[in-house]
Design a protein around this ligand. Structure first.
Ligand SMILES: Cc1cc2nc3c(=O)[nH]c(=O)nc-3n(C[C@H](O)[C@H](O)[C@H](O)COP(=O)(O)O)c2cc1C
Length: 155
């Protein structure tokens, strides 16, 4: 969202009445996070990391995912990710509570750092074909990059 500076938005859901998923509870302790782009080869690791581990368990360790330290924020990023964002929480919005007391949230993060692997930059631009991003579709479906084409905006 926006551009100078850029912002990114994600939605950590509630875990139980008055308790958010670990990602939200972690943000209360350290209001910083990283976003690692999932490429085709990292799909299985991404999916494994969505298991409901206890709060004290690191998904990096439990799923054998290598990490690298953040440059500008405390949380690490996924070492194999070809692109990642380093973010500081700008604001969060609590959505109306569910009937069971859970509170889902929307978190807006200011992007303070952007990492892009040199290997996916071609002629000064990110080449999506080199990135090979995994795309999330509906249900449990995912896709890989199909044809890439340019569509210039009118006016
Ligand atoms: C593709 C994908 C998308 C997901 N999107 C969300 C989401 O938007 N919000 C959410 O709370 N959980 C989402 N999840 C589920 C979380 O990954 C899962 O609940 C995880 O255990 C939360 O970890 P935490 O408790 O360490 O924060 C998603 C999982 C997958 C595989």
């Amino acid at each position: 969202m926006s551009a100078e500076p850029p912002y990114v938005v994600f939605g950590p859901n509630g875990k139980g009445p008055g308790v958010g998923k670990d990602t939200w509870e972690n943000l209360l302790a350290v209001p910083e996070f990283t976003v690692s782009l999932v490429c085709e080869e990292d799909g299985p690791a991404m999916n494994a990391s969505s298991q409901a581990f206890p709060a004290g368990v690191s998904e990096f360790e439990a799923c054998g995912i290598a990490r690298l330290p953040g440059h500008l924020v405390k949380p690490p990023r996924v070492a194999s990710a070809k692109a990642a964002l380093e973010c500081r929480v700008y604001q969060s919005v609590a959505l109306p509570r569910l009937a069971d007391g859970r509170e889902n949230r929307v978190v807006i993060g200011e992007v303070v750092g952007i990492y892009i692997a040199d290997e996916v930059i071609h002629d000064g631009r990110v080449d999506e074909r080199l990135l090979q991003p995994l795309t999330r579709l509906g249900y449990m479906n995912y896709g890989t990059l199909g044809t890439v084409f340019e569509l210039n905006r009118p006016g």
